[in-house]
Write a protein that binds this ligand. Structure first.
Ligand SMILES: NC(=O)c1ccc[n+]([C@@H]2O[C@H](COP(=O)([O-])OP(=O)(O)OC[C@H]3O[C@@H](n4cnc5c(N)ncnc54)[C@H](O)[C@@H]3O)[C@@H](O)[C@H]2O)c1
Length: 338
Protein backbone atom coordinates (compact mmCIF):
# COMPACT_ATOMS: atom_id res chain seq x y z
CA UNK A 1 0.00 0.00 0.00
CA UNK A 2 1.23 3.50 -0.92
CA UNK A 3 0.81 6.28 1.65
CA UNK A 4 -0.10 9.61 0.08
CA UNK A 5 0.34 12.52 2.47
CA UNK A 6 -1.77 15.44 1.29
CA UNK A 7 -3.51 13.03 -1.07
CA UNK A 8 -6.80 14.96 -1.03
CA UNK A 9 -5.16 18.02 -2.60
CA UNK A 10 -4.84 18.97 -6.24
CA UNK A 11 -1.80 16.91 -7.29
CA UNK A 12 -2.36 14.14 -4.73
CA UNK A 13 -5.93 13.43 -5.85
CA UNK A 14 -4.98 13.09 -9.52
CA UNK A 15 -2.02 10.89 -8.60
CA UNK A 16 -4.32 8.71 -6.48
CA UNK A 17 -6.48 8.09 -9.56
CA UNK A 18 -3.47 7.11 -11.66
CA UNK A 19 -2.10 4.80 -8.95
CA UNK A 20 -5.46 3.11 -8.33
CA UNK A 21 -5.93 2.60 -12.07
CA UNK A 22 -2.44 1.08 -12.22
CA UNK A 23 -3.40 -1.44 -9.53
CA UNK A 24 -1.77 0.13 -6.47
CA UNK A 25 -3.63 0.36 -3.17
CA UNK A 26 -3.44 3.77 -1.55
CA UNK A 27 -3.98 5.34 1.87
CA UNK A 28 -4.32 9.11 2.29
CA UNK A 29 -3.29 11.13 5.34
CA UNK A 30 -4.51 14.71 5.10
CA UNK A 31 -5.47 17.41 7.57
CA UNK A 32 -7.72 19.02 4.94
CA UNK A 33 -6.29 22.49 5.60
CA UNK A 34 -6.45 23.15 1.84
CA UNK A 35 -8.75 20.39 0.55
CA UNK A 36 -11.88 18.41 1.25
CA UNK A 37 -12.69 14.71 1.75
CA UNK A 38 -15.10 15.17 -1.16
CA UNK A 39 -12.17 14.76 -3.59
CA UNK A 40 -11.53 11.31 -2.12
CA UNK A 41 -15.16 10.27 -2.59
CA UNK A 42 -14.91 11.32 -6.21
CA UNK A 43 -11.68 9.34 -6.67
CA UNK A 44 -13.63 6.25 -5.56
CA UNK A 45 -16.37 7.05 -8.05
CA UNK A 46 -13.90 7.58 -10.90
CA UNK A 47 -11.86 4.44 -10.25
CA UNK A 48 -14.44 2.14 -8.66
CA UNK A 49 -11.78 1.42 -6.01
CA UNK A 50 -11.41 2.28 -2.33
CA UNK A 51 -9.47 5.39 -1.41
CA UNK A 52 -9.30 5.19 2.39
CA UNK A 53 -8.11 8.18 4.37
CA UNK A 54 -7.06 9.27 7.84
CA UNK A 55 -7.68 12.84 8.91
CA UNK A 56 -4.45 13.94 10.53
CA UNK A 57 -1.39 16.12 10.44
CA UNK A 58 2.05 14.95 9.31
CA UNK A 59 3.55 16.78 12.29
CA UNK A 60 1.72 14.36 14.61
CA UNK A 61 4.25 11.60 15.21
CA UNK A 62 1.89 9.47 17.30
CA UNK A 63 -0.65 9.51 14.49
CA UNK A 64 1.99 8.53 11.93
CA UNK A 65 3.26 5.70 14.13
CA UNK A 66 -0.29 4.38 14.28
CA UNK A 67 -0.58 4.54 10.49
CA UNK A 68 2.65 2.58 10.00
CA UNK A 69 1.69 0.07 12.71
CA UNK A 70 -1.74 -0.64 11.29
CA UNK A 71 -1.00 -0.69 7.57
CA UNK A 72 1.63 -2.32 5.42
CA UNK A 73 3.10 0.75 3.77
CA UNK A 74 5.69 0.03 1.07
CA UNK A 75 6.34 3.62 -0.05
CA UNK A 76 5.32 7.19 0.69
CA UNK A 77 4.49 9.94 -1.80
CA UNK A 78 4.72 13.16 0.13
CA UNK A 79 2.47 15.94 -1.17
CA UNK A 80 1.40 17.48 2.17
CA UNK A 81 2.63 21.00 2.63
CA UNK A 82 1.78 24.67 2.35
CA UNK A 83 2.38 26.12 -1.11
CA UNK A 84 1.25 29.74 -1.42
CA UNK A 85 4.30 31.84 -2.28
CA UNK A 86 2.75 35.15 -1.16
CA UNK A 87 1.54 33.73 2.14
CA UNK A 88 4.98 32.28 2.83
CA UNK A 89 6.41 35.82 3.11
CA UNK A 90 3.78 36.68 5.73
CA UNK A 91 3.92 33.38 7.65
CA UNK A 92 7.43 31.95 7.25
CA UNK A 93 7.31 30.04 10.53
CA UNK A 94 4.11 28.26 9.51
CA UNK A 95 5.79 27.30 6.24
CA UNK A 96 8.97 25.98 7.84
CA UNK A 97 6.97 24.20 10.54
CA UNK A 98 4.56 22.48 8.16
CA UNK A 99 6.94 21.76 5.29
CA UNK A 100 10.34 21.18 6.92
CA UNK A 101 9.42 19.97 10.41
CA UNK A 102 6.48 18.03 8.94
CA UNK A 103 8.75 16.22 6.48
CA UNK A 104 11.32 15.43 9.19
CA UNK A 105 8.59 13.97 11.42
CA UNK A 106 7.33 11.85 8.53
CA UNK A 107 10.85 10.62 7.69
CA UNK A 108 11.51 9.75 11.35
CA UNK A 109 8.35 7.68 11.45
CA UNK A 110 9.29 5.96 8.19
CA UNK A 111 12.78 5.24 9.50
CA UNK A 112 11.36 3.77 12.72
CA UNK A 113 9.20 1.37 10.69
CA UNK A 114 11.83 0.56 8.06
CA UNK A 115 9.89 2.16 5.18
CA UNK A 116 12.57 3.72 2.97
CA UNK A 117 10.99 4.48 -0.40
CA UNK A 118 10.03 8.14 -0.69
CA UNK A 119 8.76 10.38 -3.48
CA UNK A 120 8.93 14.08 -2.75
CA UNK A 121 6.92 16.94 -4.32
CA UNK A 122 9.68 19.40 -5.06
CA UNK A 123 9.53 22.35 -7.37
CA UNK A 124 11.39 24.07 -10.18
CA UNK A 125 11.74 26.96 -7.74
CA UNK A 126 14.85 25.22 -6.31
CA UNK A 127 16.79 26.25 -9.43
CA UNK A 128 16.60 29.90 -8.36
CA UNK A 129 17.57 32.14 -11.25
CA UNK A 130 19.56 29.73 -13.45
CA UNK A 131 20.02 29.65 -17.25
CA UNK A 132 17.13 27.93 -19.09
CA UNK A 133 16.14 25.27 -19.82
CA UNK A 134 16.77 23.73 -16.40
CA UNK A 135 18.29 20.26 -16.38
CA UNK A 136 18.72 18.17 -13.25
CA UNK A 137 22.44 19.05 -13.45
CA UNK A 138 21.66 22.76 -13.23
CA UNK A 139 22.96 23.76 -9.80
CA UNK A 140 20.23 24.69 -7.34
CA UNK A 141 20.09 28.38 -6.55
CA UNK A 142 18.54 30.40 -3.79
CA UNK A 143 14.77 30.42 -4.23
CA UNK A 144 13.38 33.94 -3.98
CA UNK A 145 10.75 33.19 -1.34
CA UNK A 146 10.35 31.28 1.95
CA UNK A 147 8.12 28.63 0.33
CA UNK A 148 10.81 27.82 -2.23
CA UNK A 149 13.47 27.73 0.46
CA UNK A 150 11.48 25.10 2.39
CA UNK A 151 11.62 22.91 -0.74
CA UNK A 152 15.38 23.37 -1.09
CA UNK A 153 15.96 22.60 2.61
CA UNK A 154 13.91 19.43 2.33
CA UNK A 155 15.86 18.31 -0.75
CA UNK A 156 19.10 18.82 1.20
CA UNK A 157 17.75 16.90 4.20
CA UNK A 158 16.81 14.02 1.90
CA UNK A 159 20.27 14.00 0.35
CA UNK A 160 21.86 13.91 3.83
CA UNK A 161 19.53 11.13 4.91
CA UNK A 162 20.46 9.08 1.86
CA UNK A 163 24.17 9.72 2.51
CA UNK A 164 23.74 8.39 6.05
CA UNK A 165 21.87 5.21 5.06
CA UNK A 166 22.14 3.74 1.59
CA UNK A 167 18.92 1.76 1.86
CA UNK A 168 16.81 4.82 1.09
CA UNK A 169 15.29 5.15 -2.39
CA UNK A 170 14.28 8.76 -2.90
CA UNK A 171 12.76 10.64 -5.83
CA UNK A 172 12.90 14.43 -5.94
CA UNK A 173 10.25 15.39 -8.48
CA UNK A 174 10.78 18.96 -9.55
CA UNK A 175 7.39 20.06 -10.83
CA UNK A 176 6.98 22.89 -13.28
CA UNK A 177 3.49 24.46 -13.48
CA UNK A 178 0.67 21.91 -13.20
CA UNK A 179 -2.66 22.98 -14.65
CA UNK A 180 -6.08 21.61 -15.68
CA UNK A 181 -7.95 18.60 -14.34
CA UNK A 182 -8.83 15.00 -15.05
CA UNK A 183 -10.45 14.69 -18.50
CA UNK A 184 -13.83 13.73 -17.01
CA UNK A 185 -13.96 16.85 -14.83
CA UNK A 186 -14.90 15.32 -11.45
CA UNK A 187 -11.74 16.41 -9.63
CA UNK A 188 -9.61 19.50 -10.10
CA UNK A 189 -7.85 22.39 -8.42
CA UNK A 190 -10.03 23.97 -5.75
CA UNK A 191 -8.15 26.84 -4.13
CA UNK A 192 -9.63 28.40 -1.00
CA UNK A 193 -10.19 32.15 -1.44
CA UNK A 194 -8.58 34.08 -4.29
CA UNK A 195 -6.39 31.73 -6.38
CA UNK A 196 -2.62 32.27 -6.28
CA UNK A 197 -1.98 30.61 -9.62
CA UNK A 198 -2.79 31.77 -13.13
CA UNK A 199 -5.02 29.01 -14.44
CA UNK A 200 -7.52 28.72 -11.57
CA UNK A 201 -7.69 32.51 -11.69
CA UNK A 202 -8.51 32.43 -15.42
CA UNK A 203 -11.17 29.76 -14.96
CA UNK A 204 -12.79 31.65 -12.07
CA UNK A 205 -12.95 34.79 -14.22
CA UNK A 206 -14.45 32.69 -17.01
CA UNK A 207 -17.14 31.29 -14.74
CA UNK A 208 -17.96 34.79 -13.41
CA UNK A 209 -16.66 34.37 -9.85
CA UNK A 210 -13.95 37.00 -10.33
CA UNK A 211 -14.35 40.15 -12.47
CA UNK A 212 -10.99 40.21 -14.23
CA UNK A 213 -7.53 38.71 -14.31
CA UNK A 214 -4.41 40.61 -13.26
CA UNK A 215 -1.38 39.95 -15.48
CA UNK A 216 1.68 40.80 -13.41
CA UNK A 217 4.01 42.72 -15.72
CA UNK A 218 4.13 43.13 -19.51
CA UNK A 219 7.69 44.37 -19.99
CA UNK A 220 9.68 41.25 -19.18
CA UNK A 221 12.35 40.37 -21.76
CA UNK A 222 10.12 37.66 -23.30
CA UNK A 223 8.44 37.40 -26.70
CA UNK A 224 5.30 39.29 -25.59
CA UNK A 225 6.50 40.88 -22.33
CA UNK A 226 4.55 38.54 -20.01
CA UNK A 227 6.18 35.78 -17.93
CA UNK A 228 6.88 32.44 -19.60
CA UNK A 229 6.38 29.15 -17.74
CA UNK A 230 6.32 25.42 -18.45
CA UNK A 231 2.66 24.49 -17.98
CA UNK A 232 2.04 20.77 -17.65
CA UNK A 233 -1.29 18.90 -17.65
CA UNK A 234 -2.02 17.54 -14.18
CA UNK A 235 -2.67 14.03 -15.53
CA UNK A 236 0.76 13.99 -17.17
CA UNK A 237 2.27 15.10 -13.86
CA UNK A 238 0.29 12.43 -11.99
CA UNK A 239 1.55 9.75 -14.40
CA UNK A 240 5.09 10.97 -13.70
CA UNK A 241 4.62 9.97 -10.04
CA UNK A 242 3.57 6.46 -10.99
CA UNK A 243 6.61 6.17 -13.27
CA UNK A 244 8.94 7.42 -10.51
CA UNK A 245 7.45 5.01 -7.98
CA UNK A 246 7.81 2.08 -10.41
CA UNK A 247 11.43 3.08 -10.97
CA UNK A 248 12.25 3.23 -7.24
CA UNK A 249 10.52 -0.07 -6.54
CA UNK A 250 12.44 -1.89 -9.27
CA UNK A 251 15.28 -3.75 -7.47
CA UNK A 252 17.44 -3.43 -10.60
CA UNK A 253 17.68 0.31 -10.04
CA UNK A 254 20.20 1.84 -7.65
CA UNK A 255 19.20 3.17 -4.25
CA UNK A 256 19.86 6.79 -3.34
CA UNK A 257 18.45 10.11 -4.50
CA UNK A 258 17.08 10.43 -8.04
CA UNK A 259 16.07 13.80 -9.40
CA UNK A 260 13.60 14.27 -12.26
CA UNK A 261 12.17 17.40 -13.82
CA UNK A 262 8.48 16.95 -14.58
CA UNK A 263 7.72 19.50 -17.26
CA UNK A 264 6.94 19.61 -20.96
CA UNK A 265 10.12 21.37 -22.08
CA UNK A 266 8.08 24.15 -23.70
CA UNK A 267 7.70 27.69 -22.42
CA UNK A 268 4.30 29.38 -22.87
CA UNK A 269 3.61 32.97 -21.90
CA UNK A 270 0.83 34.16 -19.65
CA UNK A 271 -0.75 36.10 -22.54
CA UNK A 272 -0.55 33.00 -24.76
CA UNK A 273 -2.32 30.98 -22.03
CA UNK A 274 -5.13 33.54 -21.89
CA UNK A 275 -5.49 33.51 -25.69
CA UNK A 276 -5.48 29.70 -25.78
CA UNK A 277 -8.17 29.49 -23.09
CA UNK A 278 -10.35 31.98 -25.00
CA UNK A 279 -9.89 30.18 -28.32
CA UNK A 280 -10.46 26.63 -27.11
CA UNK A 281 -13.42 27.44 -24.86
CA UNK A 282 -14.92 30.41 -26.73
CA UNK A 283 -15.02 32.45 -23.50
CA UNK A 284 -13.67 35.99 -23.13
CA UNK A 285 -11.20 36.65 -20.27
CA UNK A 286 -11.08 40.33 -19.31
CA UNK A 287 -7.64 41.19 -17.96
CA UNK A 288 -5.56 44.18 -16.91
CA UNK A 289 -1.81 44.64 -16.62
CA UNK A 290 -0.74 44.91 -12.96
CA UNK A 291 2.69 45.71 -11.45
CA UNK A 292 5.28 42.95 -11.46
CA UNK A 293 5.47 40.79 -8.34
CA UNK A 294 8.69 40.58 -6.33
CA UNK A 295 10.67 37.48 -7.12
CA UNK A 296 8.86 36.46 -10.34
CA UNK A 297 11.36 35.26 -12.94
CA UNK A 298 10.84 36.30 -16.57
CA UNK A 299 11.05 32.84 -18.10
CA UNK A 300 11.79 29.27 -17.18
CA UNK A 301 11.03 25.80 -18.48
CA UNK A 302 12.32 22.27 -18.09
CA UNK A 303 14.61 20.06 -20.03
CA UNK A 304 12.59 16.87 -19.36
CA UNK A 305 14.95 14.41 -21.15
CA UNK A 306 16.18 12.64 -18.02
CA UNK A 307 12.64 11.59 -17.08
CA UNK A 308 12.06 10.44 -20.64
CA UNK A 309 15.23 8.34 -20.70
CA UNK A 310 15.04 6.86 -17.21
CA UNK A 311 11.31 6.73 -16.48
CA UNK A 312 10.05 6.30 -20.01
CA UNK A 313 7.71 9.16 -19.16
CA UNK A 314 6.92 12.32 -21.03
CA UNK A 315 4.11 14.85 -21.05
CA UNK A 316 1.64 13.80 -23.77
CA UNK A 317 -1.26 16.21 -23.44
CA UNK A 318 -1.49 19.38 -25.50
CA UNK A 319 -2.19 22.99 -24.64
CA UNK A 320 -5.71 22.52 -26.05
CA UNK A 321 -6.24 19.52 -23.73
CA UNK A 322 -5.20 21.66 -20.76
CA UNK A 323 -7.63 24.43 -21.65
CA UNK A 324 -10.56 22.12 -22.38
CA UNK A 325 -10.07 20.02 -19.25
CA UNK A 326 -9.63 23.02 -16.97
CA UNK A 327 -12.86 24.56 -18.25
CA UNK A 328 -14.71 21.25 -18.03
CA UNK A 329 -13.85 21.02 -14.31
CA UNK A 330 -14.61 24.67 -13.53
CA UNK A 331 -17.85 24.82 -15.50
CA UNK A 332 -19.22 21.68 -13.86
CA UNK A 333 -17.96 22.67 -10.39
CA UNK A 334 -18.24 26.47 -10.22
CA UNK A 335 -17.76 26.33 -6.44
CA UNK A 336 -15.18 23.57 -6.45
CA UNK A 337 -16.04 20.81 -3.97
CA UNK A 338 -18.38 23.03 -1.94
N1 LIG B 1 0.59 23.11 -7.45
C1 LIG B 1 1.81 23.54 -7.82
O1 LIG B 1 1.92 24.41 -8.70
C2 LIG B 1 3.05 22.94 -7.22
C3 LIG B 1 4.29 23.16 -7.85
C4 LIG B 1 5.44 22.63 -7.26
C5 LIG B 1 5.34 21.88 -6.10
N2 LIG B 1 4.13 21.68 -5.51
C6 LIG B 1 4.08 20.91 -4.27
O2 LIG B 1 3.25 19.76 -4.46
C7 LIG B 1 2.58 19.43 -3.25
C8 LIG B 1 1.10 19.30 -3.53
O3 LIG B 1 0.63 20.53 -4.08
P1 LIG B 1 -0.89 20.78 -4.46
O4 LIG B 1 -0.89 21.78 -5.55
O5 LIG B 1 -1.59 19.50 -4.64
O6 LIG B 1 -1.37 21.51 -3.13
P2 LIG B 1 -2.71 21.28 -2.27
O7 LIG B 1 -2.75 22.36 -1.25
O8 LIG B 1 -3.88 21.12 -3.17
O9 LIG B 1 -2.42 19.88 -1.58
C9 LIG B 1 -1.67 19.76 -0.39
C10 LIG B 1 -2.46 18.87 0.55
O10 LIG B 1 -1.72 18.72 1.76
C11 LIG B 1 -2.61 18.88 2.86
N3 LIG B 1 -1.77 19.32 3.98
C12 LIG B 1 -1.10 20.49 4.11
N4 LIG B 1 -0.41 20.51 5.27
C13 LIG B 1 -0.63 19.33 5.88
C14 LIG B 1 -0.19 18.75 7.10
N5 LIG B 1 0.62 19.41 7.93
N6 LIG B 1 -0.60 17.51 7.41
C15 LIG B 1 -1.44 16.82 6.58
N7 LIG B 1 -1.90 17.32 5.42
C16 LIG B 1 -1.50 18.56 5.06
C17 LIG B 1 -3.64 19.88 2.39
O11 LIG B 1 -4.87 19.81 3.10
C18 LIG B 1 -3.82 19.47 0.92
O12 LIG B 1 -4.80 18.48 0.79
C19 LIG B 1 2.93 20.52 -2.26
O13 LIG B 1 3.97 20.05 -1.44
C20 LIG B 1 3.40 21.65 -3.12
O14 LIG B 1 4.33 22.48 -2.46
C21 LIG B 1 2.99 22.19 -6.05
Amino acid sequence: MILLTGGAGYIGSHTAVVLLRAGYEVLVVDNFCNSSPESLKRIEKITGKKCPYIRGDIRDRALLDNVFQQHTIEAVIHFAGLKAVGESYAKPLDYYHCNVFGTITLLQAMQAFGVKTFVFSSSATVYGNAPIPYTEQTPTGVPSNPYGRTKLHIEQILQDLSNSDDEWKIALLRYFNPVAAIETGEIGEDPLGIPNNLMPFISQVAVGKLPELAVFGNDYPTRDGSCVRDFIHIMDLAEGHCAALDFLQNPAHPNGVHIWNLGTGKGISVLEMIAAFEKVNQVKIPYRIAPKRDGDLAEFYANPNKAKMELNWQAKRSLEDMMRDLWNWQKNNPNGYR
